[in-house]
Design a protein around this ligand. Structure first.
Ligand code: GAR
Length: 203
């Protein structure tokens, strides 16, 4: 069976994008990154993707026009799954209705601390445990069905940078795993819940 074609949407550094690319070096990994799209021309992720010989495109503009151009490119490259990885824009319901399934990674245990600066929100709230979440994207902010989560202890002397760094390491394991589960057809969405099915024909 061919590997699933995935597109990654970024706005910045791209370490989660890199983690997915690194995972896909394994010939048994069931997906490969075909396209990287950024809404920011200066996103370091674009350069990282180009070094890996992956088509990486900055799409200028905003709103419907931006989404139309982005969808055209996604269709042209026959992308089957879109992964948001540090992509700092909310996609419209019209975009989501026309796009392939979309996943996102968020640096908190959703539904706690959606939106911007999740690690800062966690520290300010005084939680003892935070973490990260991979979820399907719906038209809300960080609100779609949860695929995987992993917990990270919040330490007494943490500042935002230290906590974000430890969460990020966990993100780099969680996101490639979620993509793998999807690509092996092991995810079943029932309303808000995502069930993980046994894999057929392996093990
Ligand atoms: C990651 O921590 C990701 O979870 C977060 O931005 C960072 C991107 O880092 N995303 C969000 O906060 C989305 N709401 P990266 O560019 O190195 O992958």
């Amino acid at each position: 069976m061919g590997r699933k074609k995935i597109g990654i949407m970024v706005s910045g550094r791209g370490s989660n994008m890199q983690a997915i690319i690194d995972a896909s070096r394994d010939p048994d990994y069931p997906a490969r990154v075909e396209l990287v799209i950024s809404n920011r021309e200066d996103a370091p992720a674009l350069e990282k993707a180009r070094k890996e010989n992956i088509k990486a495109k900055f799409i200028p503009g905003i709103g419907r026009d931006w989404e139309r151009k982005t969808l055209d490119l996604i269709n042209e490259k026959e992308i089957e799954l879109l992964c948001l990885a540090g992509f700092m824009r909310v996609l419209s319901p019209e975009f989501l209705a026309q796009a392939p399934p979309v996943m996102n990674i968020h640096p908190s245990l959703l539904p706690a601390f959606p939106g911007l600066n999740a690690q800062k929100q966690a520290l300010e709230h005084g939680v003892k445990v935070s973490g990260c979440t991979v979820h399907f994207v719906d038209s809300g902010v960080d609100s779609g069905p949860i695929i995987l989560q992993d917990a990270v202890e919040v330490k007494q002397d943490d500042d935002e940078e230290k906590l974000a760094g430890r969460i990020l390491k966990t993100e780099h394991k969680l996101y490639p795993r979620a993509v793998e589960l999807w690509a092996r057809d092991q995810l079943e969405i029932e309303g808000r819940k995502v069930k993980i099915k046994e894999e057929k024909g392996r093990g």
